[in-house]
Design a protein around this ligand. Structure first.
Ligand code: KIV
Length: 256
């Protein structure tokens, strides 16, 4: 599937499901679960590498994880989920040439078919334009944008009228720039729904209500692998607890 085909999902009213993966075990599980898209999110900086923000992850690390994700699929390239990889902090903030090189290397050396980047500042819009003209599909990301944690914190965004107007305008700019979809993170449900109704491209929500064209979740949160989850992601199962219990039993048995 090509990234732009997700627009057809929206036209047909078919909900889009996106789950993150960070290695070959998680991508195999997510593929078997039937997700449409696997996102190699830079949240792996926190979930896998133990950082407190997404900022420290490097392009090389993102590439290594994306390659591992691709190796985990059991289906061939046309049948496994679409793979989108996050452009890490500082790989697209320093100009268009550097961004093309970074995004290009992810597509060249892995099975990823597109990249995701955060924000819609004028410089970012220029980068998006250039990437798309160079044959690199781009997914936008607005609302809580973790690479701007030092400006925004990890708080809910677009809580007042002016910031809601701003996020709607930015989402229109991303659509105009040619993004094939946009992630909207941790904003009030009503504004996410308004953006979804305004745009022709799919709006994928996380912590943005259930009225979006699709949903994305960090798989580790959704399966309860982490000690704490964000307020908008209730775990479906308590994997961490189950694993600790099973492993404790095994350790105890070895000591009998
Ligand atoms: O990095 C990530 O996992 C993400 C999702 C939260 C959308 O960007």
């Amino acid at each position: 599937m090509l990234p732009k085909e997700l627009v057809r999902f929206k036209k047909l009213g078919k909900p889009i499901t996106i789950l993150t993966a960070w290695d070959s075990i998680s991508s195999a599980i997510v593929e078997e679960a039937g997700a449409d898209v696997v996102l190699v999110g830079d949240s792996l900086a926190m979930f896998v590498h133990g950082h407190t923000t997404t900022l420290p992850i490097t392009l090389q690390q993102m590439l290594d994880h994306t390659k591992a994700v691709c190796r985990g699929f059991s289906n061939s390239i046309n049948k496994h989920p679409l793979v989108i990889c996050d452009l890490p902090f500082l790989s697209y903030q320093c100009g268009e040439d550097k961004a093309v090189e970074a995004a290009g290397s992810l597509l060249k050396d892995s099975c990823a078919s597109g990249v995701k980047l955060e924000g819609a500042e004028p410089e970012t819009i220029n980068v998006i334009n250039r990437l798309i003209r160079m044959g690199i599909p781009v997914m936008g990301h607005l609302g809580l944008t973790p690479q701007s944690v030092n400006n925004l914190g990890f708080r809910r965004q677009a809580e007042n009228h002016s910031s809601q107007k701003e996020i709607l305008n930015k989402s229109l700019e991303l659509e105009k720039a040619g993004c094939f979809a946009i992630v909207i993170e941790h904003v009030p449900d009503e504004i996410a729904e308004k953006i979804k109704k305004t745009l022709k491209i799919p709006v994928i929500g996380i912590g943005a209500g259930d009225k979006c064209d699709g949903q994305v979740r960090v798989t580790a949160d959704l399966i309860g692998l982490t000690k704490t989850q964000p307020p908008f992601c209730q775990p479906l199962i308590q994997s961490r607890e189950l694993c600790v219990k099973a492993l404790k039993e095994w350790v105890a048995q070895q000591r009998l």
